[in-house]
Design a binder for this molecule. Structure first.
Ligand code: SF4
Length: 265
């Protein structure tokens, strides 16, 4: 069905945990990349529900509960579209709330600066080439060693829950919760993820802009989005964004299906 400004699609995807279906309304005009973030989150959420359902069917219990924020001391990476979406979210908050969040971010950055981590995190955000896991691992470990709560954590609750990054949404564990007091513990069992939202959005952004796929650490994401305002306001035809995004999702899914069907994968 076609209207003057929106095209409707029926999307059906086979994931390792089952099939998801969505009715998607895609604007036919030009839209910014942030307009596609809610769709990706919605698909990611559906896939995660399937993974959880499958885990429960297999007798596993998801340990993550409201009020447990042990994982909110890890370094959270965002894709560029998520960083822009976060800036958009921040901009529409009441001024007083913005002041509170800004002050929390600045406190975190001051601590990171003292620990010699702020400049490396900004370097990661601005990197012109894809950084390998091996390069990022020492930084992740040094960050986690601080056991610094995320700037958006208050009384062990996420204050930006609806807007939290994909990396936060995707981490669910089935191992006993007490193990999460040390997230370097190899006994921690995380639920598999069919499609990583931030990777997919990061690949989309890299293709749209002809740049390297990048990761933007959460404590510097707002500043990064501010420095890249012009990119935030760029627009593309809605159907082009949607097609490219689905292409990335399909590629990720086929790799993940292959990985899970490969012995030892
Ligand atoms: S954004 Fe929310 S869920 Fe993610 S680390 Fe921060 S407090 Fe935790």
């Amino acid at each position: 069905m076609k209207t003057s400004s929106v095209e409707h699609f029926h999307v059906s995807l086979n994931t390792p945990a089952g099939q998801i279906t969505s009715e998607v309304a895609v604007p036919t005009g030009f839209i910014p990349v942030t307009a596609i973030v809610p769709l990706m989150r919605s698909m990611g959420g559906q896939m995660q529900e399937l993974e959880q359902g499958r885990a429960v069917d297999q007798g596993q219990v998801v340990s993550c509960q409201k009020g447990c924020a042990a994982c909110c001391r890890m370094l959270v990476p965002l894709s560029a579209p998520e960083a822009f979406a976060f800036k958009q979210f921040y901009d529409q908050l009441p001024e007083e709330r913005q002041r509170v969040l800004r002050s929390r971010i600045e406190s975190s950055q001051a601590r990171l600066h003292e620990a010699g981590l702020l400049a490396p995190l900004n370097d990661v955000a601005e990197s012109q080439h894809l950084l390998t896991d091996e390069t990022l691992e020492p930084l992740n470990r040094a960050y986690y060693a601080l056991r610094m709560p995320c700037p958006f954590l208050e009384d062990e609750h996420c204050t930006i829950y609806e807007e939290r990054p994909a990396a936060c949404r995707e981490l669910l564990v089935t191992s006993p919760p007490e193990l999460c007091q040390d997230l370097t513990n190899p006994a921690i069992q995380a639920l598999p993820v069919s499609v990583r939202i931030s990777t997919t959005l990061g690949l989309l952004w890299a293709e749209l802009t002809g740049t390297a796929e990048r990761l933007i650490p959460l404590p510097v994401a707002l500043d990064w989005a501010l420095r890249h305002q012009e990119d935030r306001h760029r627009t593309w035809p809605g159907n082009e964004l949607f097609d490219k995004l689905l292409d990335k999702v399909w590629r990720y899914l086929s790799q993940e299906l292959h990985r899970r069907n490969t012995p030892g994968g």
